[in-house]
Design a binder for this molecule. Structure first.
Ligand SMILES: *[C@@H]1O[C@H](CO)[C@@H](O)[C@H](O)[C@H]1NC(C)=O
Ligand SMILES: *[C@@H]1O[C@H](CO)[C@@H](O)[C@H](O)[C@H]1NC(C)=O
Ligand SMILES: *[C@@H]1O[C@H](CO)[C@@H](O)[C@H](O)[C@H]1NC(C)=O
Ligand SMILES: *[C@@H]1O[C@H](CO)[C@@H](O)[C@H](O)[C@H]1NC(C)=O
Ligand SMILES: *[C@@H]1O[C@H](CO)[C@@H](O)[C@H](O)[C@H]1NC(C)=O
Ligand SMILES: *[C@@H]1O[C@H](CO)[C@@H](O)[C@H](O)[C@H]1NC(C)=O
Ligand SMILES: *[C@@H]1O[C@H](CO)[C@@H](O)[C@H](O)[C@H]1NC(C)=O
Length: 372
């Protein structure tokens, strides 16, 4: 307000000065001195006022500058807040998209894991040189994932436990199975030949496993289910206590494949030396060399029930459900010594090969299996 009043005074003084020439011309010089002195007074007065005015102006300018500076600062602060907000929004959207990515990844991983498990389940594990035709390799086997799976060691822990081969995946291979008493074991399931669902309890392939074993070894089992092996008499009893199918599959050294199948076969307990029971005569392409064994105890060189068995073990060099060794035919030596030229101690099937002398036609491979 003070500033505006001073401005008014200045305008008034200037107006008086402008009118002065007329005053001078119309009046005598005597008045002039009075006027001049008055003017002087006015001038000094206004000078002071101007001075004050300028000072106030200066302060005002300073204030305005300060306000401007403050405004600028506020503006910059606001800008910074906006910027931060933008960054925050961007960070939040980034975070959201990254969260989405993580969730997607997790879903992918879960699916991937499921696929891997499925692949695992459908792939025979630790496949040995079985007589079964080679299983067509799935096309994904060429990927690194499949390679990774195939290199996983054949640890029994990797396997799902099935109640029986008939419940395992439809591909031949080694599976984990459960006995009647709950004990888990590994066995080769033949899933493609002879209707599948067959538990292989004896396998001869290449002579890599010695079959000339003691009683306790035949009871416990030996060898590798992926290759040559004997499942074990106790497990055999546990998985086949009641009538089931028995299939014996064989090849000779010309790779001619034959088989013989028996119905209503089961295995008794240790109390009766895991006696085999065969309910019916065999059918198949190998000829029936086994029905005659329909009620024989298992015997080994260190565990036998009678002299006839002992004679068989000596002449055939094997533990088995030995029957009389006197007849030329209807006998076999599936647990014999692997290879050619082993004579009677070799692996042979009485009704397949040279029928005049069984021991000159050794077998290249044998699998004994029960439906389970
Ligand atoms: C000039 O001055 C005289 C007195 O000195 C006064 O009487 C007169 O009225 C003045 N003239 C004008 C035109 O004001
Ligand atoms: C946004 O994320 C970056 C890293 O990506 C971080 O350096 C910055 O501090 C974040 N900003 C805010 C406002 O959270
Ligand atoms: C077993 O398989 C290997 C590799 O596939 C082969 O080299 C070997 O000859 C096979 N053995 C028999 C007895 O078939
Ligand atoms: C089988 O093993 C027994 C006991 O070790 C031995 O006496 C016998 O000579 C072996 N038979 C053959 C053919 O190796
Ligand atoms: C086997 O037969 C016996 C009686 O004959 C029966 O108690 C048992 O449940 C049968 N086991 C199986 C697995 O079928
Ligand atoms: C395999 O069996 C076939 C058919 O009986 C026979 O012709 C062939 O000679 C046998 N091969 C051997 C090596 O015993
Ligand atoms: C069968 O065995 C007898 C006696 O060893 C032998 O004389 C005969 O040549 C054999 N036959 C064949 C086809 O191997």
């Amino acid at each position: 307000m003070g500033v505006i009043n001073n401005m008014k005074s200045i305008v008034f003084i200037l107006a008086i000065v402008a009118l002065l020439p007329f005053e001078v011309s119309s009046n005598e010089t005597s008045h002039r001195s009075v006027l001049l002195s008055r003017l002087d007074e006015l001038f000094v007065e206004s000078s002071e006022q101007v001075e004050q005015l300028l000072t106030e102006l200066y302060h005002l300018r300073q204030s305005v500058e300060h306000v401007a500076w403050l405004t600028n600062r506020v503006e910059r602060a606001v800008q910074k807040v906006q910027l931060d907000n933008d960054v925050l929004v961007r960070n939040v959207s980034l975070l959201t998209s990254q969260t989405d990515n993580i969730i997607l990844n997790q879903q992918y991983c879960a699916n991937h894991e499921a696929l891997k498990n499925l692949f695992f389940e459908l792939t025979p594990k630790c496949l040995g040189n079985q007589t079964v035709p080679p299983i067509p390799t799935p096309s994904i086997a060429t990927t690194t994932e499949a390679a990774e799976i195939s290199t996983i060691p054949c640890s029994p822990d990797n396997f799902i436990v099935y109640e029986r081969c008939t419940q395992a995946p439809p591909r031949s291979g080694v599976y984990r199975l459960r006995r009647q008493d709950g004990i888990v074991f590994s066995a080769f399931c033949e899933q493609e030949l002879f209707g599948g669902g067959l538990l292989v309890f004896q396998s001869r392939l290449d002579g890599s496993v010695d079959f000339n074993r003691s009683w306790s070894e035949f009871v416990e089992g030996f060898g590798d289910p992926a290759g040559e092996y004997w499942l074990g008499l106790e497990t055999l009893h546990q998985v086949a206590p009641n009538a089931t199918d028995l299939v014996v599959a064989m090849t000779n050294f010309s790779d001619v494949e034959v088989y013989e199948q028996y119905s209503r076969v089961w295995f008794e307990t240790e109390r009766t030396n895991y006696r085999i029971r065969i309910g019916e005569r065999g059918t198949g392409t190998a000829g029936d060399s086994f029905y005659i064994y329909y009620s024989e105890d298992f015997s080994t060189y260190d565990h036998f029930s009678n002299i006839a068995q002992r004679a068989c073990i000596t002449s055939l060099a094997s533990g088995f459900w030995h029957h009389s060794c006197n007849t030329a035919r209807e006998r076999n030596n599936l647990n014999g010594i692997y290879g050619r030229g082993k004579g009677a101690k070799g692996i042979w099937w009485g009704t397949f090969g040279n029928l005049t002398a069984q021991n000159t036609s050794p077998l290249k491979s044998v699998q004994m299996m029960i439906r389970n």
